[in-house]
Design a protein around this ligand. Structure first.
Ligand code: AMP
Ligand code: GLY
Length: 424
C-alpha cells in the first residue's frame, strides 16, 4: 500500500517512520518532508504543499491513505477536498478543525457543552478588552483567536503585560477591522498534560499519555516554544484520572460536536491543566497530534499503524486494541540558534547516530543539501530514547544528544524532570 503523510516536522518523521514499518507499507511519501525523511530509505519526499496538487498526486498514484500532521492544511480543508475526490484521508474536516483554529469557537463550544475549562470573555474591541483586564485583574491569559503557531498566547502576571498583549493582538485599527479577536481567560494553576485520542466519528481510541515541555530553558524558564521535549507515558495521568478525562472532556467533546452537526474524525489533542486536587481542565484543543509528543508516542507504539489508521478511516476503531512498549520514551528537542524568535538556518549537523532498538533521531528543521545535512528551521531534531524508567530514558537520550553537533544548538538538560520527580 502507498501511504501519504502531509507535513515536514518531527511529528511527521515519527509518523512516517512508524507507518513504514507496517508489513502493508509499500511506499510512504512525506510531503514536503525534511532532511531525515529524505535520507530514510523507506520514505520518499514529495516537494508539494498545495493541497489541490496533493489530491491530484494521491489520485494519480493510487495512494491508499493520507494522514495529515499539521494544523494549517486541516484548517485549509484538505480533508474535505480529499473526501470530495473519493480519497481516503484521516483527519478532521475544516469545520471540525475550528476546535483548534478558533479559540473563541473552542471556548463557546466548551461552555455550551459543560466541558471544564477556564472562564473567559471574547473581544474584538480593544477598549472593551482593556476594560476587562482592569476588571478581572492579574494573573490573566490573553489569546489571539486564530492559528498563531504557539505564539498567540500571553500569560500576563502584570496589568502592563496584559494591556500590551491586547495592543499587540487588537492594536491597529486595520487588524481590528479585519476581524481580529482576543479571548481573555482566567489563569489556571497546576501541571499540564497532553491527552491525545483517535476518533473515527463515533468511537474514541486513546493513545498513550504524554507530557511536553513548552518553555525554552531549563526549570521551565524563558519564552514559550512549540515544545522542547516530551515523554510518554505521563505518570501524572493515573488510571482514575485517565477515565475521568475521557468521561468529562473527550467524550463530551466528540458527542457535543456531533450534536452541533459536526462529525469529528482525526486525532484530537486536549491540552489539560491538572490542579492540585487532581481536577482536569481543558486549556486548548488541537485537532492533530502534538509535536514533539508524537515522537515518544510513536517510539512506543507496537501495533501495525497502517491497520490502526485504516480502522480509524473506516469507523471501526472499536475493534482496535493498541499495543505499547512498556518502557518510557523520552524526546529531547535540539533547536537552532535564535529559536524561537529568529532561528538561524544553514548550520552543518554532524554525529547523528544510526537508529537502534532504544534510540531514534527524528528530524524536523533539517535539509539535505548535496549530501550535507543542514539546519533549516527552529526545532531541528527530536532525539528520542527508550528506557526502563523515565530516568533511564533520559540518560540514554542525553547520551545521544552528546554525540550530535551543530553550531548554536540549544536544548534543555532537564527533559522528563516531572516524571522523574514523581517516581523516586
Ligand atoms: P494554548 O495554546 O492555549 O495551549 O496555550 C499555550 C500555553 O499557555 C499552555 O500550554 C499553557 O502553558 C499556557 N496557558 C494557556 N492557557 C492558560 C490558562 N488559562 N492558565 C494558565 N496557563 C495557560
Ligand atoms: N507540543 C504542543 C503542540 O503540539 O501543540
Amino acid at each position: 500500500m502507498k501511504i501519504l503523510v502531509v507535513g515536514s516536522g518531527g511529528r511527521e518523521h515519527a509518523l512516517a517512520w512508524r507507518l513504514a514499518q507496517s508489513p502493508r507499507a509499500q511506499f510512504v511519501y512525506v510531503a514536503p518532508g525534511n532532511g531525515g525523511t529524505q535520507s530514510d530509505a523507506n520514505l520518499k519526499n514529495l516537494p508539494i504543499t498545495d493541497i489541490k496538487v496533493l489530491a491530484a498526486f494521491a489520485k494519480r498514484e493510487g495512494i491508499h491513505l493520507t494522514v495529515v500532521g499539521p494544523e494549517t492544511p486541516l484548517a485549509d480543508g484538505i480533508v474535505d477536498l480529499f473526501r470530495a475526490e473519493g480519497l481516503r484521508i484521516f483527519g478532521p474536516s475544516r469545520a471540525a478543525a475550528q476546535l483548534e483554529s478558533s479559540k473563541d469557537f473552542a471556548k463557546s463550544f466548551m461552555k455550551r457543552h459543560g466541558i471544564p475549562t477556564a472562564d473567559y470573555e471574547t473581544f474584538s474591541d480593544a477598549k472593551a478588552a482593556h476594560a476587562a483586564i482592569e476588571r478581572r485583574g492579574v494573573p490573566i491569559v490573553v489569546k489571539a483567536d486564530g492559528l498563531a503557531a504557539g505564539k498567540g498566547v500571553v500569560v500576563a502576571h502584570t496589568l502592563d503585560e496584559a494591556h500590551a498583549a491586547i495592543d499587540a493582538m487588537l492594536g491597529s485599527k486595520a487588524r481590528g477591522a479585519g476581524g481580529a479577536r482576543v479571548v481573555i481567560e482566567d489563569f489556571l494553576e497546576g501541571e499540564e498534560a497532553s491527552f491525545i485520542v483517535m476518533c473515527d466519528g463515533q468511537h474514541v481510541l486513546p493513545l498513550a499519555t504524554s507530557q511536553d515541555h513548552k518553555r525554552l530553558l531549563d526549570q521551565d524558564q524563558g519564552p514559550n516554544t512549540g515544545g522542547m521535549g516530551a515523554y510518554s507515558p505521563a505518570p501524572l495521568i493515573t488510571p482514575e484520572l485517565h477515565a475521568r478525562v475521557l468521561r468529562e472532556i473527550i467524550l463530551p467533546t466528540v458527542h457535543g460536536m456531533a450534536k452541533d452537526g459536526i462529525v469529528f474524525t482525526g486525532f484530537l489533542y486536549a491540552g489539560l491543566m491538572i490542579d492540585a486536587q487532581g481536577n482536569p481542565r481543558t486549556l486548548e484543543f488541537n485537532c492533530r497530534l502534538g509535536d514533539p509528543e508524537t515522537q515518544p508516542i510513536m517510539a512506543r507504539l507496537k501495533s501495525d499503524f497502517i491497520a490502526v489508521c485504516d480502522h480509524a478511516t473506516d469507523g471501526t476503531l472499536d475493534q482496535v486494541e493498541l499495543d505499547w512498549d512498556r518502557r518510557t520514551a523520552l524526546c529531547v528537542v535540539m533547536a537552532a540558534h535564535g529559536y524561537p524568535d529568529a532561528p538561524r538556518k544553514g548550520d552543518v549537523i554532524t554525529g547523528i547516530p544510526p537508529a537502534q532498538d532504544d534510540a531514534m533521531v527524528f528530524h524536523a528543521g533539517t535539509t539535505d543539501k548535496d549530501g550535507q545535512l543542514l539546519t533549516a528551521g527552529g526545532r531541528v531534531l527530536g532525539v528520542t530514547a527508550l528506557g526502563d524508567s523515565p530516568r533511564m530514558a533520559q540518560k540514554r537520550a542525553y547520551e545521544l544528544v552528546a554525540q550530535i553537533g551543530f553550531s548554536g544548538a540549544q536544548y534543555r538538560h532537564d527533559i522528563g524532570w516531572r516524571a522523574i520527580a514523581r517516581r523516586h
